[in-house]
Design a protein around this ligand. Structure first.
Ligand code: NAI
Length: 275
């Protein structure tokens, strides 16, 4: 019960990583306000939470909408924790074909939203003596080949924003950190590829199977894996941790595939023929 009596905002809390995190924060004693565009799913979670989770329709691309969500949670007794997590795959186009409006839309969803969440939470947290902010980045911030370019650039921006905001807000006793998920089985992939609702479950099973073979740890990443890291960063156990990130990727980014997959040809296996 590390978060007993704390109030938390979780954006994108109606599904996947946000949903698992909202449930985890409640398990650890917090009261949670979910902000999401998916009203049906958000209200369903709130309805089964014994009053510990509240839902407010929120579009994180809209500054007023984020502000209203944060102020609602704060009005209940003071905001302690903000998890800037809402997101989607964004524009799929490559750099030599993307339209300016699609670039802007993706940055607004994945990067500006995080900046605005911090913007509106920080004064309220400052007024009550401090708080903890956690932002969702991605392994796509660290390298190529994981996600489209607009998404990956935004997620890299989230990492740097996290450091800069941590530096600026440390004097107010506000810590700012990020989580960097690898492949986590959620609806983000089927939504991004416009898989019809009735085929999503099957598609998610295929994705989970592929994810289990994508990294050294031989199982698909789960939303709960990320939720555990967020709960730690939000708690006093992380009181001396700010301006950094936790990589939760099952080893996906350790190095070349040949370093952990014995079936992957490497320079050395190619030279074995000459021994
Ligand atoms: P998800 O699709 O299960 O959940 C995303 C939630 O965000 C949904 O409930 C959706 O309705 C909400 N959302 C989308 N646009 C919104 C908006 N404009 N305003 C408010 N809410 C909005 O996906 P998942 O995987 O849980 O994604 C959560 C975060 O994790 C995202 O930022 C994503 O980019 C990030 N991430 C996910 C990874 C994965 O493998 N699933 C890997 C790395 C990062």
């Amino acid at each position: 019960m590390r978060l007993q009596g704390r109030r938390a905002v979780v954006t994108g809390g109606a599904s996947g990583i946000g949903r698992a995190t909202a449930l985890r924060l409640v398990d650890e004693g917090a009261e949670v306000w979910i902000g999401d565009i998916d009203t049906a799913a958000g209200e369903a979670i709130a309805a089964t939470s014994n009053g510990r989770i509240h839902f407010r329709h929120t579009d994180v691309t809209d500054a007023d909408s984020i502000k209203a969500l944060i102020e609602t949670a704060d009005a209940a007794g003071g905001l302690d924790i903000l998890f800037n997590n809402a997101g989607a795959g964004g524009a799929r186009e490559r750099i030599d074909e993307i339209a300016a409006a699609d670039w802007d839309r993706t940055q607004a969803l994945l990067l500006r939203s995080v900046a605005l969440g911090i913007r509106h939470a920080a004064p309220l947290m400052t007024a009550r003596g401090g708080g903890a902010i956690v932002n969702t980045s991605s392994v796509s911030a660290l390298g190529t080949g994981y996600a489209p370019i607009a998404y990956s650039t935004a997620k890299a921006g989230v990492l740097h924003l996290t450091k800069l905001a941590a530096a600026e807000l440390a004097r107010h006793n506000i810590r700012v950190n990020a989580v960097v998920p690898g492949f986590i089985t959620t609806n983000i992939f089927t939504r991004h590829l416009d898989v019809p609702e009735d085929r999503r479950q099957l598609a998610n099973q295929v994705i989970a199977g592929a994810a289990a073979r994508a990294q050294p740890v031989k199982r698909a990443g789960r939303p709960e894996d990320i939720a555990a890291a967020v709960a730690y960063l939000a708690s006093d156990d992380a009181a001396f941790v700010t301006g950094t990130h936790i990589l939760i990727d099952g080893g996906l980014t350790i190095g070349t595939r040949a370093s952990w997959d014995e079936n992957e040809p490497s320079l050395f296996s190619a030279l074995e023929a000459f021994q």
